[in-house]
Design a protein around this ligand. Structure first.
Ligand SMILES: O=P(O)(O)OC[C@H]1O[C@](O)(CO)[C@@H](O)[C@@H]1O
Length: 568
């Protein structure tokens, strides 16, 4: 099926291929096996079903796959021409066919001496020109050379954005808490619920606050509404509209709208239509992060992405981390009818990572038609969710361990703590107690225990052998056979955060390429936006509104209007 000359945007039915069929026939054989037996028969898999990329050590041996399964999955990837599609993306072909755009987030992390010309434009030159401007601006902020309207240096940067213009920087800023150097601290506002802006501005001094209005389109309702309210807060406090130029900068692809908003385009940091919002944290959208951690650490962050990009672009599919993990996700999604994957960072600093991944994965692959416009013939789009360990253990792990559903998990953990404390007991004298115990070791012992218990469980015999009352045995049996991937790294550094993001970006690509969908548009978010505009006039009109299309919405609108003191 793979054909280098095939139009990358003209899709065929992947489920009709022999490779798909082979996997469908193979699944019952694997489903009949317990991971206990799989490990007993293949004792080296724990050492061998692993892949290292950059600073990431990835163990997928606890997945419900045999070596043969992996071969069949790779065959499927070849049948779908994943390699050809990947090369087309890296080369800047217009693989986002519904918007006729290149998809080049990988270009955002190319080193300055790389070359890439797309549609006649020197992309690497453009990227580094903006990076240099971001560097000069954040240097000025961090050194105090950039002063607010009243002459005071900036202390707080507020990023106003939503979706990809918020989730990435907010997640990375938190993950790299230890790399915040200098005196700039960041806050993030996204929700059009005014509670977000009000709570974020609480206690801030307008004289030392700078807003980054981050929006690819610069038309997003939430962002423009929040930015306008923030401008009013600032101008009222500082007494002049002239203050805006010292306290507002923009990140966007839309210079015209930025200027219409009243921000001087000299204070605008550009990116390009070939950067999808959910792939943009490594573009100027990361300006707040750069302000906090500095341009050098931001450079390391970009270099981390690039390590994984190079690996994805060049490693054979059989040893290619994003390919293997993307394929394993698709294995469950399509051949086990398992729709969700839980991501569990054993790192409190990564507590926003799952939220970030939700947009990356679900806005990308939540599609029902192929690039050719035909209805897909297999389910698409894994549901991603998660919370950091160990918190999740005391919330939803019960279902992971003993529920009827199998939910594959990704565990992420680090050898070195970003913070560590000794383990003390409640009876120790806090003033004198010493301990060799490390809370980080305690955290990681939970990581290892959970992946082990999920995979291997505990049989009824083992439970009974512990002297458990017979009637309680069934309740204490741990079925096991619940798959997981363990992703480990030495430390949560800027480079490692970049590597982790790229690892998931390319998994999304692999699954999308096999399904034949466009992972880079998001038409499904439009209708809700336009109907919200229409409904705003309905819920706020002075007179009773005319009936809308359905009795439920009409009744809800009447109820709401009444609560707000308007004629129902
Ligand atoms: O950066 P913008 O243009 O404000 O868009 C914000 C977000 O809105 C979306 O278009 C979805 O509504 C995302 O794709 C995007 O990240």
């Amino acid at each position: 099926m793979a054909d280098g000359n095939r139009d990358k945007n003209q899709e065929f039915d992947i489920t009709a291929t022999a490779q798909w069929q082979a996997l469908a026939e193979h699944q019952p054989e694997v489903a009949a096996l317990h991971l206990r037996d799989v490990f007993a028969e293949d004792p080296n898999r724990g050492d061998e079903l692993t892949v290292d990329v950059g600073d990431l050590h990835i163990d997928y041996s606890k997945q419900r796959v045999l070596r043969e399964t992996l071969t069949k999955l790779v065959d499927l990837a070849r049948a779908a021409d994943v390699e050809g599609k990947r090369d087309a993306m890296f080369a800047g072909e217009h693989i986002n066919n519904t918007e006729d755009r290149a998809v080049l987030h990988t270009a955002l992390r190319l080193p300055a001496d790389a070359t890439l010309s797309v549609d006649g434009q020197d992309v690497v030159g453009d990227v580094h020109e903006v990076l240099d401007r971001m560097g000069a601006f954040t240097d000025a902020l961090r050194s105090g050379e950039w002063k607010g309207y009243t002459g005071k240096p900036i202390e707080t940067v507020i990023n106003i954005g939503i979706g990809g213009s918020d989730l990435g920087p907010a997640m990375v800023y938190q993950a790299l808490r230890h790399y915040v150097t200098g005196s700039i601290h960041c806050r993030f506002v996204s929700n059009v619920d005014p509670a977000d802006l009000v709570a974020t501005l609480d206690g801030l001094d307008p004289e030392t606050t700078l807003f980054i209005v981050a929006s690819k389109t610069f038309t997003t309702l939430e962002t423009i509404t929040n930015a306008s309210a923030a401008r009013q807060w600032l101008v009222k406090a500082l007494g002049s509209d002239d203050a805006v130029s010292k306290h507002f900068v923009a990140v966007s692809t839309n210079a015209e709208k930025v200027s219409e908003f009243g921000i001087d385009t000299a204070n605008m940091f550009e990116f390009w239509d070939w950067v999808g919002g959910r792939y943009s944290v490594d573009s100027a959208i990361g300006l707040s992060v750069m302000a906090a951690i500095g341009k050098e650490a931001f450079g390391e962050f970009l270099a981390g992405f690039h390590i994984v990009d190079d690996h994805f672009r060049t490693a054979p599919l059989e040893a290619n981390a994003p390919v293997l993990l993307g394929l394993i996700g698709l294995w469950y999604d399509n051949f086990w009818n398992v729709a969700s994957r839980v991501v569990l960072p054993y790192s409190n600093d990564m507590s926003r990572f799952s939220a970030y991944l939700q947009q990356l994965t679900m806005e990308s692959n939540g599609k029902s038609v192929t690039k050719s416009g035909d209805h897909v013939t297999a389910d698409t789009g894994e549901v991603f969710w998660g919370e950091p360990g160990t918190n999740g253990q005391h919330a939803f792990y019960q279902l992971l361990h003993q529920g009827t559903r199998m939910i594959p998990s990704d565990f992420i953990g680090f050898a070195t703590a970003t913070d560590d404390l000794p383990v003390l007991s409640a009876s120790d004298d806090p003033l004198t107690a010493q301990s060799d115990g490390s809370m980080h070791d305690l955290l990681m012992s939970n990581y290892f225990a959970q992946t082990k218990v999920l995979a291997f469980g505990k049989t009824a015999e083992e439970v009974a052998a512990e002297g458990v009352e017979e009637r309680l045995v069934p309740h204490q049996v741990m079925p096991g056979n619940r798959p997981s991937t363990s992703i480990m790294s030495h430390e949560l550094t800027p480079s490692v955060v970049g590597q982790l993001i790229a690892l998931y970006e390319h998994q999304v690509f692999v699954a999308g390429a096999i399904w034949g969908i466009n992972s880079f548009d998001q038409w499904g978010v439009q209708l809700g936006k336009s109907q919200a505009k229409e409904l705003l006039s309905v819920i706020t009109s002075a007179d009773s509104p005319a009936a809308q299309s359905d009795s439920s919405t009409d009744a809800l609108v009447r109820w709401y209007r009444k609560q707000r003191g308007r004629t129902p």
